[in-house]
Write a protein of this length. Structure first.
Ligand code: ADP
Ligand code: MG
Ligand code: MG
Length: 273
């Protein structure tokens, strides 16, 4: 393959609307693998002048730099560096050993149970907590934006392409652009609704997806008014947590600290399915 800044580019591992992600290895050290996320610049790209940088930066980079400041979070993918010119930008990202996206992991795991789900969800909640503490709203939490390593089940949140600094959100013409099946009702109704509770909805969708192997809602209509069909063999704590994350009224939805303190996370002997 070609060489980008000391990295030999290997397989394509992801393809988005405006770029690709490749796995690459460091030429001189020969072993360290990285992911190269190649982004073609567009006129509608967002630039942010935050955190005292000398110039506005591509929002995805600016946000990730804020998250990379020590102390770091092991559940957020690391940005090692980036290469930018007028037409494109390549992010040099951590490539976790033996990882796959969460959607693949869910499909491939035939012996899913609440213990595994709890291990993953704890780490996801930690990643979201870390973002909140750094004033970052991810804005696109879904199963393809999460990596899971096997067999250790380490979770890494990726793709800050829809993220915002929370202090700027009300002042920009902000529009939520997260994946449709993970978008809460209040944002479908008002795309500029202050989206702070959208993360919790997405956490509920993900826990549902992990435990059922499918999504609870596939279209706008069912997100707005559809019944939530929970597997009755799930522990009552698990059903309770999913239901409370998926409360349609964002004002009544469970808060992040209540998710963290929810009894499901403390269950010692869950009725594993
Ligand atoms: P997009 O903004 O186009 O959705 P993502 O950052 O989500 O781009 O990357 C697209 C896909 O590439 C992901 O769903 C994942 O499969 C893969 N990918 C992205 N970053 C990494 C990484 N650091 N390590 C491994 N795979 C990655
Ligand atoms: Mg993505
Ligand atoms: Mg993206």
């Amino acid at each position: 393959g070609s060489v980008v800044a000391d990295f030999e580019v290997k397989d394509m591992i992801g393809k988005g609307g405006f770029g690709q992600v490749y796995v690459a290895s460091h030429v001189s050290s020969e072993k360290e693998k990285v992911a190269l996320k190649y982004i073609i610049k567009h006129r509608q790209d967002r630039y942010l002048n935050i955190d005292g940088h000398s110039r506005p930066m591509l929002a995805e980079v600016a946000i990730m730099l804020r998250l990379m400041k020590a102390p770091q979070c092991p559940n957020i993918i690391r940005l090692h560096d980036w290469i930018e010119n007028e037409s494109d930008c390549t992010l040099i990202l951590e490539y976790p050993e033996s990882c796959q996206t969460l959607d693949r992991y869910i499909t491939d795991t035939l012996d899913m149970n609440e213990n595994k789900a709890r291990r993953l969800m704890r780490q996801l909640v930690q990643a979201v907590r870390f973002c909140v503490e750094r004033g970052v709203f991810h804005g696109d939490i879904h199963a393809r934006n999460i990596l899971v390593t096997t067999p250790r089940l380490e979770l890494k949140l990726i793709d800050f392409g829809c993220a915002w600094p929370v202090t700027r959100m009300p002042f920009y013409s902000w529009k939520y652009q997260g994946a449709r099946c993970y978008t809460p009702p209040e944002i479908l109704r008002h795309p500029k609704f202050f989206p702070s509770m959208a993360n919790i909805w997405a956490i509920g969708i993900l826990l549902y997806e992990i435990m059922h192997g499918r999504l609870p809602f596939y279209d706008r209509q069912s997100i707005m008014v559809g019944d939530l069909h929970l597997n009755p063999t799930l522990s009552s704590a698990c059903q309770d947590l999913i239901s409370k994350c998926l409360i349609r009224n964002p004002v009544r939805r469970i808060l992040l600290h209540q998710v963290e303190e929810h009894q499901w996370f403390n269950a010692t002997s869950p009725n594993a399915v």
